[in-house]
Design a protein around this ligand. Structure first.
Ligand SMILES: C=C(O[C@@H]1C=C(C(=O)O)C=C[C@H]1O)C(=O)O
Length: 306
């Protein structure tokens, strides 16, 4: 876990074990020759490496349980954004090539971090999906056999490329101030924490889709067979839930981002200076996090019967 965790419970942003959270499979593909800097497309990413075999469905997976996990992950995401907002934009870290390298410093850092993560077994958990899955080393940690709940083919849905584009090109300019303090290492560390938190949340869409399918196979099956994306999207959408999510994350940004002081006189004034704008967090969810979660749900369902 990275530095933006709230502290008291390092594993609390995960799905509870009863929902099949600690889902593991064998390590991803062994290291390939040095990969080109271009990112894999979501479909390429899904295609890379053998599908990880999954065991029999856990009976305890419920929509309420997965939604509870999503609520808890909101805390992690808001704290991660607050951490990143401590640094200015530091745009030089994202420029296409640095010191003769074919990638940005950001991409270089994420690729190297993911190699280490792969070696320590991070991606044996199906809740963790790499952003650059193409050339990862094998895990040094033996895979353990924990309950596995996702459908093997659908489990590899990976929209990390879209998350990367959204984060760097749309979101970052909305919550960081222009400027450059040269502190690129810490900045990128906190970017990666944001990306991983967003990725975990958005790919929870696979668990949501699995539970929705199991709850109503008679509704989903004909739409899956007809490959009717629009109808699937309509069926899995709950607008009232989405409205509550947007309101709750804005409130969390307001509460977590306030300056807490012991001085009653100053506290009201300080509270107007938030560490992150609640409207940005609400927009992040409304415009990107929830649509991408639903895209994951649809993609998962389309492969659910194969
Ligand atoms: C995740 C779900 O599916 C959809 C996506 C939501 C989200 O990303 O928060 C909320 C409601 C649904 O429209 C769900 O039903 O809980």
């Amino acid at each position: 876990m990275r530095s933006c965790e709230t502290g008291e419970d390092g594993d609390a942003c995960r799905l509870p074990v009863s929902t099949g959270a600690l889902v593991r499979g064998p390590a991803p593909a062994t290291r390939a020759p040095p990969a080109p800097p271009a990112m894999a497309s979501p479909s390429e990413a899904a295609a890379e490496g053998p599908p990880r075999p999954l065991a029999a469905p856990a009976r305890s997976l419920t929509l309420d349980g997965v939604r509870d996990a999503l609520v808890r992950q909101e805390d992690t995401i808001v704290f991660c954004l607050i951490e990143r907002a401590r640094f200015p934009r530091n745009a030089a870290a994202y420029e296409p090539s640095f010191s003769g390298h074919g990638t940005s410093l950001a991409e270089f850092f994420v690729r190297r971090s993911e190699e280490t993560d792969a070696e320590v077994g991070r991606y044996q958990s199906l809740e963790e999906l790499p952003i650059f899955p193409g050339s990862l080393p094998t895990s040094l940690v033996p895979a353990s056999s924990l309950p596995q709940v996702l459908h093997p083919k659908s489990a590899s849905v990976n929209v990390n490329k879209d998350i990367w584009e959204m984060y760097f090109h749309k979101l970052l300019p909305l919550f960081t101030v222009k400027g450059d303090d040269g502190n690129y290492g810490a900045t990128l560390e906190s970017d990666l924490a944001c990306l991983q938190a967003l990725s975990r949340r958005i790919h929870c869409g696979r668990y949501v889709a699995e539970v929705k399918f199991r709850d109503a196979p008679q509704d989903y099956t004909p739409l899956i067979l007809a490959k009717d994306r629009d109808a699937l999207m309509k069926l899995l959408t709950f607008e009232a839930v989405e409205e509550s999510v947007k309101k709750r994350v804005a409130k969390k940004a307001m509460v977590f981002g306030q300056n807490v002081t012991l001085d009653d006189k100053n506290s009201e004034e300080d509270n107007t200076k938030r560490k992150i704008d609640p409207k940005v967090v609400s927009r992040l969810y409304g415009d990107w996090v929830m649509p991408l979660t639903k895209l994951v749900e649809v993609e998962y369902l389309l492969q659910r019967l194969s």
